[in-house]
Write a protein that binds this ligand. Structure first.
Ligand code: SF4
Ligand code: SF4
Ligand code: FES
Length: 245
């Protein structure tokens, strides 16, 4: 039978109209299989309809529900109450918004501002290669595809950017770098020099301190720090075939 816990949630509140910030405590009785988005919704329905948070897919695919639970950046739609109790060894949880962008209200941050750091790397094909002469497909060797597929699991939830110890004013961040690396591994991309200039530029991978915090918190289990290390070893300057070998 599923276990039920008596939780205390201490949630950061912010009212943009009055610019008042405070922490509000909510006692909640929640089963172990409920997710944190379910608990937040219960608070909205039973205690406080003004508590504001964000979610969209509620399936770990959009990244819009990222918050800090007891200091750790997590997806609220993936974190189960039972797992949180076991991991943090407590029934009391602080829930705070990410700090990677200004807070709009309570747990909601301005993702438009956060995305500015990703937009710098132009997350699209800048200059498309001609299609393969034998057909309309682009061919990728299996070794490259495996690495590429892992990197493309990124949903830009900014959990890694939140955990990153490098200063955001100087570093575009692990997810922006990963996005750049994805495009460099993409056989369709011809604008490699432009991409290299960003990857190895002033706000690029040289700002990474190899702390591995990004890999530790990534909800999609991407070893982001490994990609940073490969980039720092200039692996992405080489022919794509070299990365697989
Ligand atoms: S690399 Fe992982 S933690 Fe970072 S934005 Fe992508 S999915 Fe989120
Ligand atoms: S390994 Fe680099 S990118 Fe990842 S959290 Fe540490 S400093 Fe940031
Ligand atoms: S709501 Fe989409 S990842 Fe959580």
């Amino acid at each position: 039978m599923a276990q039920t816990y008596n939780l205390i949630l201490k949630i950061s509140r912010y009212d943009p109209d009055t610019q008042r910030s405070w922490v509000q405590g909510y006692p909640v009785q929640a089963g172990e299989v409920l997710r944190f988005v379910d608990v937040l919704r219960m608070i909205n329905e039973d205690q406080d309809s003004t508590l504001t948070w964000s979610s969209s897919c509620e399936h770990g695919m959009c990244g819009s529900c990222a918050v800090r639970v007891n200091g750790k950046p997590v997806l609220a739609c993936e974190l189960l109450v039972g797992d949180a109790v076991e991991y943090f060894k407590t029934y009391t949880f602080t829930i705070k918004p990410l700090t990677i962008a200004p807070v709009l209200r309570d747990l909601v941050v301005d993702l438009e501002t956060a995305y500015e750091r990703v937009r710098v790397i132009k997350p699209y094909i800048i200059q498309a290669a001609p299609v393969h002469p034998e057909g309309d497909e682009y061919r990728i060797p299996p070794g490259i595809l495996q690495i590429y597929e892992s990197a493309t699991r990124c949903i830009n939830c900014f959990c890694c950017a939140q955990a990153c110890i490098s200063r955001p004013a100087r570093f575009l961040g692990p997810n922006a770098m990963l996005s750049e690396i994805v495009r460099l591994m993409d056989h369709r991309e011809m604008a490699r020099d432009e991409r290299m200039a960003i990857l190895y530029g002033d706000r690029g991978v040289s700002r990474c301190h190899t702390s591995r915090a990004c890999s530790h918190v990534c909800p999609k289990q991407i070893d982001v720090a490994h990609f940073m290390a490969l980039a720092k070893e200039s692996k992405f300057i080489l022919n794509k075939r070299d990365i697989a070998e």
